[in-house]
Design a protein around this ligand. Structure first.
Ligand code: GTP
Ligand code: MG
Length: 333
């Protein structure tokens, strides 16, 4: 039962997994028969790793599994995944060889320590037209490029909540890099989310597509829009924040459960007149989003095509500025 990553090119399929660890599948777990297996898979829990990271209450709710069984399943999965402590050198070993997705701008890549980081949720936040959607499009193209060219040789999954995904723009950006645009478009899977429940569902279902299409980048553009619009007349702010919190944790889990997976979310800054203008901490979604995202990038307008990016509270990056431009060909310095 060899675990294979779905290849983007057929040739890559020959890559063999050389590790000697036995590889388990969900139905190898004690007590997982056909019915439980089906419940897990219909809720998008496709692997032991995802199961091991699933919170108990979500497993019970999403898969309709009773508490006792759910606890047992998570425990068994965690044992296999060895989710206890790790020594720091093992963590360093992984980060040292980590590849990143180039944004297209050298300054911005430098600011990010080489580009968009897999294994983390990065948040782009800023006012309208600051380039959040443009950067998201560019990363969908760049993730597909070779390692030498700053890509991860994988596809992108784009959850579009505002109807602003434009294949035309992908064609421009791909052509500017001499990439075959048909092929580039084929490697981007787009889900149009019509409301917040639908958005949550699309994220939960993403894992079904991720392995099949060798996805290395998941985007939600924008994360908060639907929540902000819908929860006005629907329950309290507390309910909204709680739902949003679970949603962000679903995204965090996606970023962590695959060997090389970047997650990017966008977020509009609310222009609250009572808050000092320009304070980047006033991104919508409040603390929930701020604490959920691993790396936060604040975008603002510069001269003409120029935009300015600033890192806000990333674990290991300096709070500096980088300038990039939005041009016909895409993102550049
Ligand atoms: P909201 O979603 O409204 O919050 O904004 P956003 O931050 O997502 O902005 P977006 O990424 O859509 O950026 C829009 C900016 O990109 C505008 O200033 C456009 O002028 C610029 N832009 C979009 N397409 C092109 C293009 O083909 N050529 C050039 N030069 N600029 C473009
Ligand atoms: Mg946008």
């Amino acid at each position: 039962m060899a675990k294979k990553k779905a290849p983007i090119n057929e040739e890559e399929e020959e890559d063999e997994d050389l590790s000697s660890d036995p590889i388990y599948e969900l139905n190898d777990l004690p007590g997982v028969g056909e019915i439980t297996l089906k419940k897990l898979k219909t809720s998008g829990i496709m692997s032991i790793r995802l199961l091991a990271m699933y919170p108990l209450s979500s497993l019970m709710e999403d898969a309709g599994i009773g508490e006792k069984t759910a606890k047992k399943l998570i425990k068994a999965a965690q044992d296999i995944e060895q989710m206890g402590f790790k020594s720091a050198d093992k963590i360093w070993e992984k980060r040292r060889v980590m590849r990143r997705i180039s944004t297209g701008g050298q300054n911005l890549d430098d600011l990010l320590g080489g580009g968009l980081e897999p294994g983390a949720v990065t948040e782009l936040f800023g006012e309208f037209r600051t380039g959040k959607t443009q950067l998201a499009h560019q990363l969908c193209v760049n993730v597909q490029r070779s390692h030498e060219d700053g890509g991860l040789e994988g596809g992108a999954l784009y959850i579009d909540t505002e109807g602003t995904f434009r294949p035309e723009r992908i064609i421009q950006m791909a052509s500017a890099k001499d990439m075959d645009y048909q092929n580039t478009l084929q490697n981007i899977v787009v889900g149009r989310a019509y409301n917040s429940d639908h958005q949550i569902l699309l994220v939960k279902e993403a894992s079904k597509i991720i392995e099949e299409k060798n996805i290395k980048l998941v985007i939600v553009d924008s994360l908060i829009g639907h929540f902000r619009a819908e929860y006005v007349g629907r329950g309290t702010l507390a309910v909204r924040q709680q739902t949003l919190n679970t949603h962000i944790h679903d995204l965090l889990r996606i970023s962590e459960m695959y060997d090389e997976m970047a997650v990017l979310v966008t977020n509009q800054v609310s222009s609250k007149p009572d808050v000092f203008y320009g304070n980047p901490i006033t991104a919508t979604g409040g603390n929930i989003v701020a604490h959920g995202a691993t790396i936060r990038i604040f975008l603002r307008k510069g001269k003409g095509e120029q935009r300015v990016a600033k890192i806000i509270d990333a674990p290991n990056l300096p709070e500096e500025d980088a300038i990039f431009s939005i041009t016909e060909d895409g993102i550049t310095d």
